[in-house]
Design a protein. Structure first.
Length: 186
């Protein structure tokens, strides 16, 4: 799918490095790939993030229900996580099965080998129509391997054409749904 909107290339610079957002609920832990994680505090002893999750994603509902999540900043060595966390849905079964995953004491997944991970508490959800933006407080910093973050511009050169076709198909489907419910003034 080719987007011909003139702002597309410019807007891609606002995507955060790839992150895995994890949460847990009565059905167990789940996680997804997210490109919308942004710093939301200038107060060092009160770090906050703003995380936007599509309502079509299973993890969004888990975060909304539990009020807790983890953010694993994926490293350049973790592009293999994009397929299971980005194309599969937790609605269809345990998508974490077989992955290198660790659970925090509260049962929320993180992915060893990442640049780092944070455990967060939801302070306030903001309904965007098609997505929910969660303002979260960082409650714990979890140590990891470090390394370089994995930006989408690098990841898409590593994942292969089959993944990119599947990602484009999934994205087009989600965009059709989002366009009909997102908050927007015409």
């Amino acid at each position: 799918m080719t987007d011909t909107h003139p702002s597309t290339n410019l807007l891609s610079h606002f995507w955060a490095p790839l992150c895995a957002i994890g949460s847990s609920g009565s059905t167990g832990p789940n996680a997804q790939i997210c490109v919308s994680v942004f710093g939301a505090s200038i107060v060092p002893n009160r770090p906050r993030l703003l995380i936007s999750l599509s309502k079509t994603n299973y993890t969004e509902g888990l975060v909304r229900q539990s009020g807790r999540l983890t953010v694993t900043l994926l490293s350049s060595a973790q592009s293999a996580l994009l397929k299971p966390l980005g194309l599969k849905s937790g609605k269809d079964g345990d998508k974490l099965a077989g992955l290198d995953v660790e659970l925090t004491p509260s049962g929320i997944p993180t992915f060893p080998g990442g640049v780092g991970a944070l455990e967060c508490e939801v302070l306030e959800p903001l309904d965007l129509g098609d997505a929910t933006a969660f303002l979260v407080a960082v409650r714990e910093r979890l140590e990891m391997a470090g390394g370089q973050p994995l930006p989408w511009s690098v990841a898409k050169t590593e994942v292969g054409e089959e993944f990119l076709r599947s990602w484009a198909k999934k994205s087009a489907h989600e965009q059709r749904i989002a366009q009909s419910v997102m908050h927007w003034n015409d």
